[in-house]
Design a protein around this ligand. Structure first.
Ligand code: ADP
Ligand code: TRP
Length: 326
């Protein structure tokens, strides 16, 4: 069984990425899945016009992958752009994809509904993602809730292609979404996202991490009054790290009154630091050993590319494209 997923290199990982998606990457690796995890750099060209930033962030995501426990012996890691066949497949898939399906994609619809000017790259985004998924015969795609529609589009395209060409060349993938952490809230209560600037980054410096946690938005209930834990962003995040007993204890303190949000934030920060400490240390080590990281990428890309080339040959054959013969 193959598990495949990607993360866009738009910064370093935040805890929404970790609990929503990346933690599952590691769990599936542990369960013995054949894992392909890549850095979605082509996808990021759309929002990042700065070449140095794109390169640096791509590198950051690979370090993050390794630091939170992906093992290159068990998981194939690579940059999306190391396997250009994915773009070729996206182009081919575009020819069996109805316009309506693409026009309904959230990524495109949200922006056009607001009247924003968009480029073709954004419109094409779900097609490229479908190509990522179908090129490597993925069985499961671990993602957060916001990516569910994209995986469903990939399924629709695979079914349509297989029917049109009377073939089974594409496997039909399943999204894998952990319902309990499908949408991790950000410091302002909206979905945690780099594009909202409301993130808590697992690999930020101690100082920055503290600033992010202390900046969580809370209501103005005075310290002495009882508070509702279920309406509080601090508690929503604390739950991710705490045992059921610890959660019950904090709930009691909220309800009893005399317990301020500042103290709750400090408890959250402590838990968070403790949880991510080994990963943060590992990342610091890896950052000093760029040769190793380069080797991981080179070897990962070789494995990914050989699978991709085989698949593209089959796709060309069923579509009547004879480019691989001559
Ligand atoms: P961002 O929204 O910050 O740009 P990405 O789009 O790169 O993050 O997301 C990478 C992965 O992390 C995807 O699988 C996405 O569904 C998941 N993810 C991102 N934010 C969250 C969140 N707040 N809660 C749960 N999963 C998330
Ligand atoms: N679109 C995904 C995101 O914004 C990233 C991504 C690109 C992806 N290609 C993928 C995720 C293929 C899963 C599978 O987070």
């Amino acid at each position: 069984m193959r598990s495949l997923s990607g993360i866009k290199p738009t910064g370093t990982l935040h805890i929404g990425n970790y609990f929503g998606a990346a933690k599952q990457f590691e769990e599936l690796q542990k369960k013995g899945y054949d894992c392909f995890y890549f850095v979605a750099d082509y996808h990021t060209l759309n929002t990042c016009p700065d070449p140095n930033e794109l390169t640096e962030n791509s590198w950051n995501i690979v370090l993050d992958y390794l630091a939170f426990g992906l093992d290159p012996e068990k998981s194939t890691m690579f940059l999306q752009s190391q396997v250009p066949e994915v773009v070729e497949l996206a182009f081919i898939l575009g020819n069996v994809t109805p316009m309506g399906l693409m026009q309904r994609a959230h990524s495109y619809k949200e922006k056009t509904d607001k009247g924003e000017l968009i480029n073709v790259g954004l419109f094409y985004y779900p097609l490229l993602m479908a190509a990522d998924i179908l090129l490597y015969d993925s069985d499961v795609v671990p993602v957060g809730q916001d990516q569910k529609q994209h995986v469903e589009i990939a399924r629709d395209i695979a079914v349509k292609f297989n029917m049109q060409y009377n073939t089974e060349v594409f496997k039909i993938p399943e999204p894998l979404i952990r319902e309990d952490v499908a949408v991790v809230p950000g410091t302002d209560g909206r979905k945690m996202s780099k594009s909202y600037g409301n993130t808590i980054e697992m690999f930020a410096s101690d100082k920055e991490l503290k600033k992010q946690v202390m900046g969580i938005v809370t209501d103005s209930t005075p310290l002495e009054e009882p508070k509702d834990p279920d309406k509080c962003n601090v508690f929503a995040l604390y739950k991710l790290f705490a045992t059921p007993q610890e959660q019950a204890l904090m709930k009691e303190k909220y309800r009893a009154g005399g317990y301020g949000y500042g103290t709750a934030k400090k408890e959250l920060l402590e838990k968070l630091m403790q949880f991510f400490k080994p990963m943060r240390e590992k990342r610091e080590e890896l950052d000093k050993n760029r040769y190793y990281v380069e080797r991981v990428l080179r070897e990962g890309a070789q494995r990914a590319r050989s699978a991709a080339v085989e698949k593209i040959k089959k796709v060309k054959k069923v579509t009547g494209l004879v480019g691989n013969i001559y």
